[in-house]
Design a binder for this molecule. Sequence first.
Ligand SMILES: N[C@@H](CCC(=O)N[C@@H](CS)C(=O)NCC(=O)O)C(=O)O
Length: 247
Amino acid sequence: MSTKLYVVRGSHPCVTVERALQLKGHPYEVTEWLPPTHAVAQRLLFGGRTVPGIRFDDGEKVQGSVAILERLEQRHPEPPLVPADPALAERVRAAERWGNDVLQPIPRRVLWWSLSRSPSAIPSYQAGSKLAMPPLLTAFVAPTILPIQRRLNRVGDESVRADLRDLPAHLERIDGWLADGTLGGSREQVADLQIAPSLRLLMTIEDLRGPFLERPAGQWAQRLFPEWSGQVPAGTIPAAWLEPLGA
Ligand SMILES: N[C@@H](CCC(=O)N[C@@H](CS)C(=O)NCC(=O)O)C(=O)O
């Protein structure tokens, strides 16, 4: 049996786990779900509805990017994804938890809001997917899928405006971690793998890409993940909402 990673195309925590498997040199196969069918399939396989989930080659199953990286580290310690120095390891773990709890939901909310405004951008996020639908079919199903995703992710004007207001402080924090070596070391660690994909996914929204690229955080995410499918056209987010970012 080979290790199987269960993903939804475009999901940033799935990218986190896939990069970790690649860094460890652990062979794996990818099984892709088409949302919203993932919810039923993942619940049956793992007990919870979200991706990523992994079934290791010996049958052990783990769900959730932080739990998967932790288990991967125990099963395959080399190369390490957590620093040997205990004080730095504690900082890296704390940054990873913040990345999972605070930062990770933001691209979900902002992106589903943006795709609801610019649904013609949806096919760009399916590039490279085995399950990519023809654009006409996507246009047909989008009015059904978008409200479900908005509800699942508690997306509304107010939550997205609050996310955009909070982003400068989050970017400041990440810039600080890059400056003090918690992030952006010579080898990628669990916090890099958790935080950079969230930034990179946000940078597929053209209105955010410019302001992000002006900061160390955005430049770092772009360096770690130069290729990323998807593009929401400029002008999707109202200009007034972007003011906190200096855009
Ligand atoms: N913090 C968890 C969250 C996973 C999560 O919410 N994944 C999203 C995709 S990015 C998902 O499965 N959403 C669909 C749903 O909530 O049903 C992790 O890192 O694994």
